[in-house]
Design a protein around this ligand. Structure first.
Ligand code: ATP
Ligand code: SF4
Ligand code: MG
Length: 345
């Protein structure tokens, strides 16, 4: 049966722009330069969805994630939370909107208070949001420890008594305990050994199913999130250059930058990796202070044409793929099929 009311996305960005004013260079006059870390981004994430945001270091992933949950001031555009414009909220109204958001960071040690026992770390958000009587709080803390695979007795311990993987589980438990509407997980696997990354990824997935969570999952590694994310958004120098279903993006990348990211992904097989013929993504990411004109990727793109230097390509459907990309090549040829990557889910 077709639902009569279409549910609004949990979070939506419209032409979202974030800029930083940098300090004035030594001995120069006037204001310092601007960095447009996020530049006119459109994005929407549906309830229960995992959207992976991938791209090289410095392309604006964390800034975009923070802006969506209103912890980063924005320079332009709109943010909608369940259809309501929250761009201009401040004070108590902003605090209330933010209570539906959580962020999980790369370094769990830095994000946990070393002087607080696990119990208080997990109970604190409940107390702040009027989480009930003592017995009820204890029950919720124990329930969440079970859910993240930690022993209930660990509640009495301090962060330094745990391994990196266990600490990330505590940070995840704290983020999830209030059953938030939207979680930004910013490179939550980067500080973990490869052997632990898959376990923590599985935990994210299990919690999403159990508590109907919605994630923006930031990663610089497209191969890692494939098989875990529902959709993938590829970011380059402040802009989304391609977005679509994870399997489709990996099988038929339409944007040359997505193709380059996939080609640069290390093979899990060391023999294949040693005999790699495809070069890794060449060149440095240009400075966002003075981004290239036209298509921002033109300085590194193997397919760049004269038009790419002067005309910015708009997002458009990539024929035969079901996703969208911003590239002047689109429409000329269908995206080639890319060799399969191993799934992580
Ligand atoms: N507080 C700030 N002040 C000035 N510039 C900033 C600030 N935060 C971020 N930037 C700049 O904005 C751009 C985007 O940074 P951001 O941290 O969002 O990138 P990222 O994709 O998350 O990178 P990484 O993968 O290294 O975490 C970079 O050029 C960065 O130097
Ligand atoms: S628009 Fe041009 S430079 Fe940009 S990705 Fe496409 S072909 Fe390359
Ligand atoms: Mg970052």
């Amino acid at each position: 049966m077709t639902p009569s009311v279409v549910e609004a996305p949990v979070i939506e960005a419209r032409r979202l722009t974030v800029a930083f004013q940098l300090p004035r260079p030594f001995l120069s006059r006037g204001p310092g330069p601007h960095v447009q870390a996020v530049s006119g981004v459109d994005l929407s994430i549906a309830t229960g969805e995992t959207l992976a945001l991938v791209g090289e270091s410095g392309c604006g992933k964390s800034t975009l994630g923070r802006a969506l949950i209103r912890t980063q001031p924005i320079a332009g555009g709109q943010i909608l939370f369940k259809g309501e414009d929250i761009t201009g909220l401040s004070g108590e109204a902003l605090r209330r909107a933010r209570s539906g958001f959580q962020m999980i960071f790369q370094d769990p040690y830095a994000s946990l208070n070393p002087k607080m026992r696990v119990f208080d770390t997990l109970a604190e958000p409940l107390r702040v949001h009027g989480g009930g009587a003592r017995a009820e709080i204890r029950e919720k803390v124990e329930e969440i420890l079970d859910a993240v695979g930690l022993d209930r007795t660990y509640a009495a311990r301090y962060p330094h008594e745990f391994s990196g993987g266990q600490r990330q589980r505590i940070a995840i438990a704290r983020a999830v305990i209030l059953k938030p509407d939207f979680i930004v997980a910013d490179e939550p696997l980067s500080a973990l050994d490869v052997s632990l990354q898959l376990q923590v990824l599985k935990l994210f997935d299990a919690l999403r199913r159990r508590f109907s969570l919605t994630y923006l999952f930031v990663s610089h590694d497209l191969a890692r999130v494939f098989g875990f994310a529902d959709r993938v958004a590829v970011m380059y120098l402040g802009k989304i250059v391609e977005i679509g279903g994870a399997a489709s993006i990996v099988a038929r990348p339409a944007h040359p930058y997505t193709q380059a990211l996939l080609d640069a992904a290390p093979s899990p097989d060391p023999v294949v990796e040693a005999s790699r013929e495809v070069p890794r993504l060449g060149g440095e990411i240009p400075s966002p202070i003075d981004p290239p004109s036209g298509c921002r990727f033109h300085t590194r793109c193997p397919h760049a044409m004269p038009v790419c230097r002067s005309v910015e390509p708009l997002m458009q459907p990539a024929s035969g793929t079901g996703h969208e990309a911003a590239c002047h090549l689109l429409g000329e040829t269908a995206a080639p099929v890319h060799p399969p990557l191993p799934a992580t889910r």
